[in-house]
Design a protein around this ligand. Sequence first.
Ligand code: NI
Length: 250
Amino acid sequence: MLLQLATWQEVDAYLERSRGVIIPIGSTEQHGPLGLVGTDAICPEVIARGVAERIDALVAPTLSLGMAQHHLGFSGSISLRPSTLMAVVRDVVQSLARHGFERCYFLNGHGGNIATLSAAFSEIYADSSYTRDGGNRAGVRCKLSNWYMAPAPAVKKLTASLFGNAEGSHATPSEISLTYFAYPDAVKSAPQSPRIAPSGPIYDADDYRRRFPDGRIGADSSLASIEAGEKLYEAAVSDIARDYQEFVDA
Ligand code: NI
C-alpha cells in the first residue's frame, strides 16, 4: 500500500495489522553522462513498491533529497546538509510514531546518506532515552538498509557476476540499469571516457569535480541495460521483502 494513495482510515486499518513502514530515501545528484539525476531516489522507490505488491507493507513518500554536498559542482544536484537531513528524518519518524508506527525501515539508495541517517537514528533514540517516562513513544526502532549492499546477498552476487570490477562506486552500471528498467523511455546514450572512471576519496564539491571530471567513480556506466535492471529488481525485491518482514516481526 502506498501512503500517498491511501486515506487516513485505511492507514488506521493498516495499523491494526502492522506497525511497520518502508521509507525510501535517496538523493538528487549527478550520475555521470549516462545516469539520471534521480537515480538514488528512483532505485529504492521502485524496489519499495515492488515489495508492497508482494507483501503487506506500507510505503511512505520517497525522501528524494539527501546529503550530497560533494556533487554540487554538477548542474542539477541538490543537497541537504547533514544537520538538515537529520532534522528531516527525525520529524518524519516522530510524525509516524505519533500514529503508532514502531518499525521504520529506511530503504536507502545513496552512500552519502549512511552516516547522517545513523546519527539521526541516535538522536531519535536519545529523545526517548532522555525522557524518563518514555514520553517520546519509546519502542520506535529504525533500520537502515542499502538496497545495493547488505542485506541483499542476491543483489551483491548478481552485481559481481554482471559487472565485476566495472561496477565502481558511483554511477554504477547496477543502479543505472535499475533506473533504465523502471523508466525505459529515459535510457541515455552518450560518450564516456575513460571506460572505467577514476577512484579516490571524497571531500568537497570542487575537489570532487577535479578528481572525477564526468561525475563517475570507478564505474563503467555503459554496461547498464534494461535486462540487467530487471534481474536486479527481482533480486532486490525478494531480498528486501524478507529483510523488512524480519525487522517488523522482531
Ligand atoms: Ni547513486
